[in-house]
Design a protein around this ligand. Structure first.
Ligand SMILES: *Cc1c(COP(=O)(O)O)cnc(C)c1O
Length: 513
């Protein structure tokens, strides 16, 4: 009987289910299988409801983007104020999302507006509308990558998009790419691959716990915090992380790197990996990849290049010299979900030896094996998670919609706006620029005559806080050489020169008040 009902369902209702009929049929089914008749799982949204609400939601998002410039950039809510607007537990009966748009309207003050033209904090976390649609398609089509067969589109689109990006970045065909969630987990992946290469696959024996020599990782004190975290979580241990000295531009000093490696060799340690930054978090400093990669090659050490933020700029030919020598690296990570605009999350991981990556990451249980395994990529073996989303849609939509030319000219606009601000700071009395500006971040401090040490620290934190609390713009204070300064990170999609000019006027006013 249940079989008959099911086949009825499939034949007649699959493409055009009528909700009330569906409910009738399912109540029968409930009675047959002994479920309570009011156990109403037909209350999921119908495609017609989805169509109506979906259109309203798209309008809501488009309206939000249109009005964003009028909103205070930083949310002024206090901790707990969002939670207080929700019931303490989930509703027993659903409301079919009645009043959803007005609820979202009410929650808007709880947003910090990364897409605001006067957002100058952390890094550009651009969510292009192309990227938004890419995410929508990925969820809407409900694709899930487990192996090639589970979604040929997911796998092959990812192959094509990582290759389009490889070419755009000026990388040779020796590189193969995969899309991961974040640069943090990807750098950990890189360190696991380094660990297994140096230890000749210790994971098949006793792991690095059973190794007779200590494996050592080298990075600079300017590296992103995710590198230290990756070193710890990949099992190296804090004692085996070396912090290599930087020069006056905050870039790793190659001779200091080599000295550290030689010292480790001398005391019987095993140099394993170097993590070099192309675009450090604080000041977008660029470690000299060419010299570092020669050292890595000479000593057989894995070189991982963290270009999470700045990597997007490498689609601009005149920026590619910034990572000259990158062909000598073993792995690269960059985040199109930052400056490029692909929408979080979309991290690219490129490796030269994909067989090694697969050997480290593959477990291959029988239920995941398919006849096509020999001919296809199974991206589950290119990272830690088994299931994966179709993130490649976001890159496809972005590149197809804007074109590489469009993406490049936008990045050039931001670089030029940063140069404009750097020139103002350089020319203004009492303002100091603290680092080179190779890309889009300007590190600065206002140093009025007669204000030093603690008073200067307080002055810096006070004026940046006044701007942030005013809602006019959002800036991040950060420490460089142990002292507070302010980073102006330029490159939100709607940020034009006029917005940078307005920020500069506001900063000059605010330091006097
Ligand atoms: C942003 C950033 C990271 C971390 O990126 P997630 O994708 O958020 O993990 C790592 N390194 C650098 C240099 C970054 O700029």
């Amino acid at each position: 009987m249940l079989k008959v009902l099911e086949s009825n369902f499939l034949e007649n209702r699959l493409f055009n289910p009528n909700p009330s009929e569906l409910r009738g049929l399912q109540t029968k089914a409930h009675n047959i299988c002994g479920l309570a008749p009011d156990c109403d799982y037909t209350s999921f949204m119908t495609t017609d409801e989805f169509r109506t609400l979906g259109h309203e939601l798209i309008d809501f998002i488009a309206n939000y983007r249109d009005e964003i410039e009028t909103l205070p950039v930083l949310s002024s809510l206090k901790p707990g104020e969002v939670q207080a607007q929700f019931a303490s537990s989930a509703p027993e009966k659903g409301d079919h999302l009645a009043g959803l748009i007005s609820d979202l309207e009410k929650l808007k003050p709880a947003l910090t507006h990364f897409q605001h033209p006067r957002y100058f904090a952390y890094f550009p976390a651009n969510s292009s509308l192309e990227g938004v649609l890419g995410d929508l398609v990925s969820s809407g089509l409900g694709q899930l990558g487990l192996n090639w067969q589970s979604s040929p589109l997911l796998t092959e689109l990812e192959e094509v998009m990582t290759d389009w990006m490889r070419q755009a970045l000026g990388l040779s065909p020796a590189w193969q790419g995969v899309i991961q969630d974040t640069a943090s987990s990807t750098s950990m992946l890189a360190l696991m691959c380094a660990r297994e290469r140096t230890s000749d696959y210790s994971l098949n024996r006793g792991g690095i716990q059973a190794e007779s020599k200590r494996l050592i990782v080298y990075t600079s004190g300017q590296a992103h915090s995710s590198i230290e975290k990756a070193v710890l979580l990949a099992g190296f241990g804090r004692e085996n992380l070396r912090s290599v000295a930087v020069d006056q531009n905050f870039a790793m000093i190659p001779t200091a790197l080599e000295a550290a490696i030689l010292h480790d060799l001398e005391i019987g340690n095993l140099p394993c990996a170097i993590v070099a930054s192309v675009g450090t978090t604080t000041s977008t400093a660029i470690d000299p990849i060419s010299a570092i990669s020669s050292i890595a090659t000479k000593h057989g050490v894995w070189l991982h290049v963290d270009a999470a933020m700045a990597g997007s700029a490498m689609i601009v030919p005149e920026c590619q010299h910034l990572w000259a020598g990158v062909e000598g690296a073993d792995s690269i990570v960059l985040n199109p979900h930052k400056w490029l605009g692909a929408t979080f999350d979309c991290t690219l991981y490129y490796v030269r030896d994909s067989q090694h990556l697969v050997r480290v990451m593959s477990t291959n249980p029988s239920y995941l094996q398919t006849a096509q395994d020999g001919q296809v990529k199974n991206y589950r073996d290119w990272g830690i998670p088994l299931g994966r989303r179709a993130r490649a849609f976001k890159l496809w939509f972005l590149m197809r919609s804007v074109g590489l030319e469009g993406l490049r000219s936008r990045l050039r606009r931001d670089i030029s706006n940063a140069q404009w601000l750097a020139a103002q700071v350089d020319a203004a009395p009492n303002w100091v620029r603290l680092a080179p500006v190779p890309l889009q971040t300007v590190c600065l401090r206002h140093e009025p005559a007669g204000i030093h040490s603690d008073a200067l620290e307080q002055h810096t934190l006070a004026w940046v806080e006044r701007i942030n609390l005013s809602g006019f713009a959002y800036l991040t204070p950060s420490k460089l050489e142990g002292r507070w300064m302010v980073r102006v990170s330029i490159g939100a999609l709607p940020t034009e020169l006029e917005h940078v000019q307005a920020l500069w006027e506001r900063m000059k006013l605010e330091v006097e008040s």
